[in-house]
Design a binder for this molecule. Structure first.
Ligand SMILES: Nc1ncnc2c1ncn2[C@@H]1O[C@H](COP(=O)(O)OP(=O)(O)O)[C@@H](O)[C@H]1O
Ligand SMILES: [Mg+2]
Length: 254
């Protein structure tokens, strides 16, 4: 089982959209995939149309009220998910006071180790205990960014968190790559970011995905259709991008 987290403490960079489409893409290639929504805002949970009332959620997993297997919901269009929960926000300090608080998710995931090929974790844009848990439980992380200076400037800070987790909680964690999303190839700033990415990645000593995701209205529709973009809009540019990205991820995975 490979566990991949989508993280960037900057919001609105395409973490959720990418996590959703890549999870669906891996599933379309015959992989067994579990999605975990660690974001209390639960955008992914809404797209999966998973229920959180009277159901176990990631909140129950993190507070040890249940095991991961108890919190999995099977959905028709997107597959299996452990739903997110706004109550996570209320128990941050309670969770932080537990011993080995950064390893809660990792320990829980060990119990379903042989059921899934991939676990995809969507995270909140911050450095909370939940992001640390996601990274501690992961084999790899994918860092979506946009073509703007703030995104590039934020990469060094993002790497500090990842290096910190690597040093203190999960030495096996690796960066799968920086993923450029919402790219407008007609825009000069975007073009120059595509050109500069090899140098930026070399300076930070982290890999990047050769495939980038283009900006397209079709990418937004998943919010209402609950269908991966390559099914809802098979001929949209962004569908090809996500398909190529799944290929690139599978090529790199051991
Ligand atoms: N390739 C894309 N083209 C156009 N809009 C996109 C694309 N990817 C994401 N978006 C939109 O950008 C916004 C932020 O994306 P989201 O995936 O929610 O980011 P994050 O999870 O990092 O906050 C959403 O409205 C989403 O629909
Ligand atoms: Mg999100």
């Amino acid at each position: 089982m490979r566990v991949l987290a989508f993280c960037n403490r900057k919001g609105g960079v395409g973490k959720t959209t990418s996590a959703l489409n890549i999870a669906a893409g891996l599933q379309a290639r015959g992989k067994k995939v579990l999605f975990i929504d660690m974001d209390p805002q639960r955008n992914s949970t809404q797209v999966y149309r998973a229920k959180i009332e009277d159901e176990y959620t990631i909140y129950d997993v993190m507070t040890d009220a249940c095991e991961i297997a108890d919190a999995i919901q099977h959905t028709e269009t997107l597959g299996d998910i452990v739903p997110g929960d706004p109550q996570l926000d209320e128990v941050v300090y309670q969770i932080m006071q537990k011993t080995a608080s950064e390893r809660i998710l990792r320990k829980k995931l060990k119990k379903i180790d042989n059921i899934y090929d991939y676990v995809i974790i969507d995270t909140h844009p911050d450095q909370s205990i939940y992001v640390i848990n996601a990274l501690t439980a992961s084999d790899g992380c994918i860092i979506p960014i946009n073509a703007d200076k703030f995104s590039i400037d934020g990469l060094a800070d993002e790497m500090k968190i990842i290096d910190d987790v690597k040093e203190n909680a999960n030495e096996n964690l690796s960066v799968c790559g920086i993923l450029m999303t919402m790219i407008d190839t007609r825009n000069n700033l975007d073009k120059s970011m595509l050109e500069n990415m090899p140098l930026v990645a070399e300076q930070l000593n982290i890999p990047y995905f050769k495939t980038y995701v283009r900006k397209a209205q079709a990418a937004k529709d998943i919010q209402t259709s609950s269908m991966p973009v390559f099914i809802e809009h098979p001929s949209a540019t962004v569908s090809f991008d996500y398909k190529n990205l799944v290929d690139e991820i599978l090529e790199r995975e051991p």
